[in-house]
Design a protein. Structure first.
Length: 377
């Protein structure tokens, strides 16, 4: 997320775009100005480029409206939305929680394509109205292109290829039929992977049939669908396996703490006799004030700060994820998202009782994957 461009907030939802969108914007604009709109009679080069820029902006506005449909409905259903990111393959609404039932899953999944299809109908109506009013042919061409592209976007997203919106609708239907969310996810993901393989095959055929650009796009979309379906399936199945695991079961209890006034030189001598690589840091009153990791120490000493104290180098407590021993493992993973050090403190009734390290996390994930799969109802 660090390389993303932050655009602001709409209805409290943060909007970002990846740098790849700038490239796609330029490609779409160039394609419209030099290919699509050259067929419009009486349109000069300057007018075509202006129309192309406007059409591209409205296209990405349609993508944003599509994702806002998902995000706003999810918020209405009580789900927390982390934000929306526009990227090379369109956009994604990142939800911090999953839908609680198949009905909500269906509604949240289908609303995006319906928004796109609705926009397609609106632009088609605008094109007809502009024609009736005798508007310039180039303005009508822009409206017609936007009608077509939004209709195609809506139709494509309704394909039952998980994790596309249509694939989520398929999963909702399978979930309702079986009552088992994990099983529905596996079946929907299998369909998504099949679509991905089919698109890759089509792309290879087109590439060698004399349409290399189209073939490359089909192959890239197929590759994306295949990988996304596998990743989403793994995430959902892992979450199901972790839902009964508590932080207290996987944490390292009674962690060794370091005084904030210890120098880094003294820390190195201390660490030679310890199997741990991260330590809570406490002030003279015994209050936890930060987290010291080997990575932080190495960076500080590389800058000649051997005489610095661990309190000066440690990550401040406010930047360290804090969980309870009674939190679920899925809640732990949510709080660790975006944590640069990959560690969390475990507090119980205001008292430090444990620490979660990457080693603890890996052991938890390995064991979770060995547990028998249970129905996620």
């Amino acid at each position: 997320m660090g390389a993303d461009i932050r655009l602001g907030r709409i209805a409290g939802i943060e909007i970002r775009l990846q740098w790849s969108v700038v490239i796609i914007f330029l490609l779409i604009t160039w394609s419209l100005a030099t290919l699509q709109f050259t067929q419009v009679a009486g349109a000069g080069p300057t007018a075509r480029w202006v129309a192309a820029v406007i059409a591209s902006l409205l296209y990405f506005g349609g993508l944003l409206a599509h994702e806002l449909g998902h995000a706003l409905l999810a918020t209405h259903k009580g789900l927390e939305v982390e934000g929306i990111t526009l990227w090379v393959f369109g956009g994604v609404s990142k939800l911090k929680q999953e839908a609680e039932g198949p009905s909500d899953e269906f509604r949240i999944g289908v609303i995006g394509p319906l928004v796109s299809l609705g926009l397609g109908a609106v632009f088609a109506g605008v094109a007809v109205a502009l024609g009736a009013l005798g508007a310039p042919a180039l303005a009508i061409a822009v409206a017609q292109w936007l009608a077509l592209i939004n209709a195609l976007l809506g139709a494509f997203n309704l394909l039952p290829a998980f994790p596309l919106d249509g694939g989520r609708v398929l999963r909702a239907w399978l979930w309702r039929r079986s009552g088992d969310r994990a099983l529905a996810t596996r079946r929907a993901a299998a369909v998504g992977r099949a679509f991905g393989v089919a698109l890759i095959a089509v792309g290879v055929f087109l590439f060698f049939a004399g349409a290399p650009i189209n073939g490359l796009w089909f192959a890239l979309i197929g590759w994306f669908l295949f990988g996304a379906a596998r990743a989403e399936e793994s995430h959902v199945l892992l979450s199901a396996a972790l839902r009964d695991v508590r932080v207290g079961q996987v944490m390292t209890a009674h962690p060794v703490v370091l005084p904030a006034d210890m120098t880094l030189e003294d820390y190195v001598n201390h660490a030679m006799t310890s199997r741990f690589t991260s330590f809570p840091v406490v002030d003279p009153q015994g209050r936890v004030v930060g987290l010291l990791t080997m990575r932080r120490v190495r960076a500080a000493m590389a800058h000649g700060e051997q005489r610095a104290t661990v309190g000066q180098v440690a990550v401040p407590l406010a930047q360290v994820p804090v969980v309870s021993p009674y939190d679920t493992a899925t809640q732990l993973l949510e709080k660790l998202q975006g944590s640069p050090d990959g560690r969390a403190f475990v507090f119980d009734d205001g008292r430090l009782v444990g620490i979660i390290s990457p080693t603890d996390l890996q052991r938890m994930l390995d064991l979770a994957q060995l547990r028998p799969r249970q129905a996620d109802r």
